[in-house]
Design a protein around this ligand. Structure first.
Ligand code: ADP
Ligand code: MG
Length: 642
């Protein structure tokens, strides 16, 4: 009986995209279908291996059958096959989160022709509809009947029972008619198909076979070749070289090989920023191919981003994304690990928790960090490119491990700085080397953007003194530095830290002590009216042109307070920074206010204006805007009426 079923809504949208094919690179359909066939063989092998002999182990093979008269291409595998439910779930819906994200991204994209978007996704089975107007899937799973799935990729598909003896799947594509520039019939020609397999699927670990015509010299009665006379015969050919790249001799593998492999294996249209071929023989033995994409995966920050490396054991595929192989802060790294040290007679779960895997993971992490360090020294420009895209993750690595990775990661850090020209990055080592003798700490300033930070009032003295200051414009920065605590025995100190006043110079300190004593009543009044806002009010030595600023005492900074308040669950109720209002004693505003010395009421009224002004200067919002405006108006009215 033939059943007609509807594609899920999202599938319809994706199919519609494929049919009206916005993607010029249609040939990738073959790569996708071969990759599915190879995956299916992997799955079959794994099943057979763990079935105690119930399911026969057999050699995996992928067959391509072409018919250039009828414009048909068939991809046949002896993989795991699909049950009826599998057909409905795997082909009738988009189960993969990746495809769902793709649809979302695609809908948001303004330029629908932007192939970069589509290139980032494994478009999968539906890519068949870029080149075919009808697709049949004949499939049989172990201990199940065979089924035929048929669809034109529009609204629905049909499933019916069918005949097939061997477990596996055959996918038949009825190619579209050639039209103008669009040449679909080429996909039924052996020449094109051979080229495509070489291009995209050479490393597939199972033979991809095809019957090909070749010329054989005609023989005479004695079995000798007749010169110039040929017969056309059909011959079975294996199109791919099959040796997995990571099993080859390292010396024979070029940078180009790695790039090509990366692009076809991980469906990227761009070369990776880093490619690494790692082979380790020692306490543990493994080979690994590791890549850092030259653009962050579009969903890197989304919750459903899955980190992990592909896992192979003794050349047998185990798992697509093994999260245990890569630390969170390197979750953007793609690649695979193959080791002979795994015991295959255990479940996937046990294998993933094995000490061998843990050792390999530690080793992989170290290899990646080492490579990054090397690049930082040898090709700083390339390193900066990496940092622009992934730097936050490294800093997150320091923060999220509570400083445990400090030794490993601190040399990877680079920052923008006040004195670095053209917003170039400098490393902590460079910073320390350039520090003047009297400078005790590594100074940093944090804020939303580089421009905003550079305008912070607290920087005024630093600029005047020529001290360099690290500029931290990412949320995670201050948290990471907090975990680092020091570098090369130098503390990190925020320019917004109150204690910096003393550090700037000792002369200033005496001056400030006497100011504090002389204007005690004024300070007390300001402090009293701001009790719920600040912990202290002091005279500042770090300001030049600005009248006020807010600093914080050791611990949380204003920016950190803001970040924590914004964390889900905190809703403005997170831990608070201990704030200090600093007043510039050289500023006209203070000099004028000082004349109010005895007028407690007036002083208190201006105090909250001072505080709000300081907040604004630091780039923060004023909480009680009504009150601010009211007080400002009073001042204006007063000065206008004079
Ligand atoms: P992906 O391969 O990324 O999962 P696809 O769209 O390529 O996405 O395939 C969807 C699913 O259909 C696969 O995950 C698999 O379960 C199933 N499938 C596709 N082709 C085959 C095949 N040749 N044999 C068995 N299952 C297949
Ligand atoms: Mg696929």
């Amino acid at each position: 009986m033939k059943e007609t079923l509807q594609f899920q809504t999202e599938s319809k949208e994706l199919l519609n995209l494929m049919i009206n094919s916005i993607y010029s690179n249609k040939e990738i359909f073959l790569r996708e279908l071969i990759s599915n066939a190879s995956d299916a063989i992997d799955k079959y092998k794994y099943l057979a291996f763990n079935s105690n002999g119930e399911i026969p182990v057999r050699d995996g093979v992928i067959w391509l059958h072409l018919d250039d008269k009828k414009n048909i291409i068939e991809i046949e595998d002896n993989g795991i096959g699909m049950t009826k439910e599998d057909l409905i779930n795997n082909l009738g819906t988009i189960a993969k989160s990746g495809s769902k994200d793709f649809m979302k991204k695609f809908k948001e994209a303004k330029d629908k022709q932007d192939i970069n978007i589509i290139g980032q996704f494994g478009v999968g089975f539906y890519s068949a509809f870029m080149v075919a107007d009808k697709v049949e899937v004949l499939t049989k799973a172990t201990n199940d009947k065979a089924y035929l799935f048929t669809s034109d990729g529009k609204d629905n598909f049909t499933i019916e029972e069918a005949n097939k003896d061997e477990v596996g799947t055959t996918i038949t594509l009825y190619l579209k008619k050639d039209k103008d520039e669009e040449d679909y019939s080429q996909f039924a020609s052996t020449w094109t198909v051979e080229r495509l397999v070489k291009k995209y699927s050479d490393y597939v670990r199972y033979p991809i076979k095809m019957m090909m015509e070749t010329q054989k010299a005609k023989k005479d009665e004695n079995g000798n070749d007749i010169e110039g006379k040929y017969d056309t015969v059909l011959e079975e050919r294996t199109l791919n070289s099959m040796v997995p790249l990571w099993k080859k001799n390292k010396k024979e593998v070029t940078e180009d090989d790695l790039k090509t492999f990366y692009k076809s294996k991980f469906n990227d249209y761009e070369d990776p920023l880093f490619s690494m071929f790692v082979t380790v023989d020692g306490m543990v033995s493994y080979s690994s191919l590791l890549f850092i994409p030259s653009h962050a995966p579009f969903n890197l920050y989304s919750e459903n981003y899955e980190k992990g490396l592909q896992l192979y054991a003794k050349n047998i595929f185990i798992k697509d994304k093994c999260p245990e192989l890569i630390p969170d802060y390197l979750k953007f790294v793609r690649g695979l690990v193959d080791s002979d040290d795994f015991n295959l007679n255990v479940s996937r779960e046990i294998l993933q928790a094995s000490p061998v895997l843990k050792k390999i993971a530690n080793n992989v992490e170290k290899k990646i960090v080492d490579e990054l360090k090397k690049t930082k020294e040898s090709d700083f420009e390339k390193y900066c490119k990496f940092w622009d895209i992934y730097g936050e993750h490294i800093k997150f690595g320091i923060y999220s491990t509570y400083g445990e990775k400090k030794e490993l990661l601190q040399d990877l850090l680079v920052f923008h700085s006040l004195n670095a020209e053209g917003n170039k990055y400098i490393s902590l080592k460079e910073y320390v080397e350039k520090m003047s003798k009297e400078q005790k700490s590594i100074y940093y300033a944090a804020g939303e953007t580089l421009d905003a930070i550079k305008m912070l009032p607290q920087l005024e003295k630093f600029k005047k003194n020529g001290y360099d200051v690290l500029l931290l414009d990412k949320r995670v920065d201050e948290f990471a530095l907090m975990m680092l605590q020091e570098f090369d025995k130098k503390d990190f100190k925020s320019i917004s830290d109150e204690s910096i006043n003393e550090e700037l110079s000792t002369e200033e300190k005496d001056k400030i002590d006497s100011l504090n004593a002389n204007h005690k009543r004024f300070l007390d009044n300001v402090k009293e009216s701001l009790t719920d806002k600040v912990d202290d009010v002091v005279f500042s030595s770090k300001l030049v042109d600005s009248p006020v600023c807010i600093s914080t005492k050791q611990g949380l900074s204003l920016n950190m307070e803001k970040t924590l308040d914004e964390q889900p669950g905190n809703e403005n109720d997170g831990p608070k920074a201990s704030k200090v209002l600093e007043i510039n004693p050289e500023h006209e505003l203070f000099k004028a206010l000082a004349t109010l010395e005895d007028n407690d009421e007036e002083t208190k009224k201006y105090a909250s204006l001072l505080y709000d002004e300081a907040l604004l200067l630091e780039g923060f919002d004023i909480k009680d805007k009504q009150d601010f405006v009211k007080k400002l108006n009073e001042v204006m009215v007063k000065s206008l009426r004079k």
